[in-house]
Design a protein around this ligand. Structure first.
Ligand code: NAG
Ligand code: NAG
Ligand code: NAG
Ligand code: NAG
Ligand code: NAG
Ligand code: NAG
Ligand code: NAG
Length: 495
């Protein structure tokens, strides 16, 4: 079905989101002009249309769900702020805030899958924490559970795009959780809690990611305020999160204030707001080739209603509580330029011990595939790009299918479309050049681009992972209640 719709008016699709959010279904028809997804620029008339519509939406407050803008961390306005802040806060960080005598509470070992020197970055969402609310910027991560935020006093904190580091002592609604609280005793699956009663009665948490990044601190409650694009800020009181005093590794070093887990676990954002909103969310990330400067969006508590969505069931990995929290989907095959590759089904199956299968993870940038799938993909991709100038891997991160193209072209080279077919009638994730090629270096004459998919084994993952680089330019709806994921091609750049 999506194949027949490959000339779908992609902007119309986005307009439809907002129409669905703000108007009764069917009341108004979107009138966006056609945009050829192959062409690189969104034309300015369409941008204006889109803005106008969002503005209408703002004045029509909607009781269901909250929507927020998301940004890529390299978006220029964030980058600018980051470099200004860097000099301003460097001294503080080098001095009193950065103590090396970190103390790791005993018995705290928990790990989530994924991530290793991930080069292409994350998508961030602005929020406010505490009373009065302080601006924070968190990484959106469907591959983990807890929200943690860097907290003063810092043993170790990374630099933040939005300073200062959250200070719990000046929030009137902040409460550290005690060791005998239900929250502490219950703990979480994607993170660990512990108590050393001879030290303090405050519950400690620790989360450790696949790349060995960690956040350690006090399990706490405070008010989280989301400034919904629907115009109504929503305060979530007593939100359970980690006040992180020791934050190390890549997660802490990429400018965010912290990280928001969106998996199925009891303590994830989507679970904690589930008494007010249905457990469903959808998002649309702008690609980083042509729309790095743009915001996309994420919307919680509401379905994305569109006939363009193709659904695939969410698969439950029952091997362990930990694995059951991930959003597994059932990839059934990969095609290149319309030709289905000969890949054994075992490359996509979850085995008896819970390894294998495929997860959707916004916290991982570049997708990873297990050997048999990746090898078949590389072979077919190379076969179809023989006319391009292949160069040795300059990336240093194991992206070995690389090409040099002329720097004078403002467009990516034409490459065959790759489709990840998933269970469900016609459901697939269609990857175009913006999802497939990562720019790894440029000089005045040449640009080096590499196939942006990595080897799952090399990056320490025993499963296929669909990362955010490949999810960009799609509407992805995760519906826990209906146990399904909806997918559609889209143009996600909003402004
Ligand atoms: C608990 O904290 C005390 C004081 O810092 C320390 O001496 C003791 O070793 C800690 N207990 C454990 C089990 O780590
Ligand atoms: C909330 O969002 C509105 C519109 O998106 C913006 O004008 C306002 O500054 C935001 N407020 C805060 C506190 O971020
Ligand atoms: C999640 O919470 C429910 C209800 O509190 C509980 O029954 C369940 O065991 C929890 N799940 C996990 C994996 O901790
Ligand atoms: C992003 O904006 C900057 C100026 O702020 C501009 O130089 C750059 O070309 C833009 N990038 C894209 C991909 O539009
Ligand atoms: C995945 O899809 C294939 C093909 O439709 C099916 O045979 C298989 O049972 C599915 N796996 C799961 C775990 O549902
Ligand atoms: C290689 O590509 C050509 C078309 O460019 C196609 O006819 C052929 O089947 C492909 N071979 C393989 C092994 O993919
Ligand atoms: C490819 O382009 C890069 C610049 O991105 C340049 O440094 C390198 O020398 C080029 N390699 C070849 C083989 O032309």
């Amino acid at each position: 079905m999506a194949a027949a719709k490959s000339c779908t008016p992609v902007l119309g699709l986005i307009l439809a989101v907002y129409m669905c959010c703000f108007f009764p279904a069917g009341a108004v028809r979107a009138t966006g002009r056609l945009i050829d997804k192959g062409s690189l620029q969104i034309n300015s008339n369409n941008v204006l249309n889109l803005k106008a519509l969002v503005a209408i939406g703002r004045s029509t407050s909607h009781p269901h769900g909250v929507g927020m803008k998301v940004f890529h961390r390299d978006a220029p306005h964030l980058r600018k702020r980051r470099s200004e802040q860097a000099t301003k806060y460097q001294d503080i960080r080098a001095g009193s805030m950065r103590k090396k005598d970190m103390h790791t509470p005993p018995g705290l070992e928990s790990t989530t899958l994924r991530r290793q020197g991930d080069p292409a970055g994350q998508y961030y969402m602005p929020l406010q924490l505490g009373s009065p609310g302080r601006d924070i910027l968190v990484i959106l991560d469907t591959g983990s559970e807890i929200l943690w935020v860097q907290c003063q006093p810092c043993n170790i904190c990374g630099s933040q795009i939005i300073e200062p580091v959250f200070d719990p002592t000046i929030s009137s609604t902040y409460h550290p959780l005690s060791c005998n609280s239900q929250h502490c005793l219950q703990g979480g699956v994607g993170f660990q809690t512990s108590c050393n009663v001879s030290q303090s009665l405050i519950c400690k948490y620790q989360v450790r990611y696949g790349d060995s990044s960690t956040s350690i601190g006090d399990l706490s409650l405070d008010t989280l305020t989301v400034n919904s694009t629907t115009g109504v800020p929503t305060a979530i009181t007593n939100f359970e999160f980690g006040c992180g005093h020791t934050n190390e590794g890549i997660e802490a070093e990429i400018g965010a204030s912290g990280l928001m887990g969106l998996d199925r676990g009891n303590k994830s954002f989507i679970s904690q707001i589930s008494s007010h909103y249905p457990k469903v969310f959808f998002y649309c990330f702008p690609d980083r080739i042509n729309n790095l400067n743009s915001s996309g969006f994420i919307h919680f508590g509401k379905s994305y209603v569109s006939q363009h969505l193709q659904y695939t069931p969410l698969i439950q990995n029952t091997a362990s509580d930990f694995l059951s929290q991930f959003y597994h989907i059932n990839v059934t095959g990969i095609s290149v330029a319309g030709h289905l590759l000969p890949i054994p089904t075992a490359a996509f199956d979850i085995d008896a011990s819970g390894n294998g299968g495929t997860i959707m993870d916004t916290g991982t940038a570049l997708s990873a595939l297990v050997d048999p799938a990746l090898n078949a993909l590389k072979e077919a991709f190379l076969n179809r790009t023989k006319n391009m100038k292949r160069v040795p891997d300059p990336s240093g991160i194991g992206l070995d299918i690389c090409y040099n193209v002329s720097a004078s072209s403002s467009q990516l080279p034409k490459v065959p479309t790759v489709e990840l077919h998933v269970q469900g009638e016609g459901a697939k994730l269609r990857l175009s050049a913006e999802n497939l090629l990562l720019i790894v270096s440029t000089d005045e004459k040449q640009v080096t681009v590499c196939l942006a998919i990595r080897n799952a084994g090399l990056v320490g993952m025993g499963r296929n992972v669909i990362g955010n680089y490949q999810q960009a330019n799609h509407i992805v709806e995760v519906d826990i209640e209906k146990s399904r994921v909806g997918l559609a091609d889209a143009h996600c750049a909003m402004e």
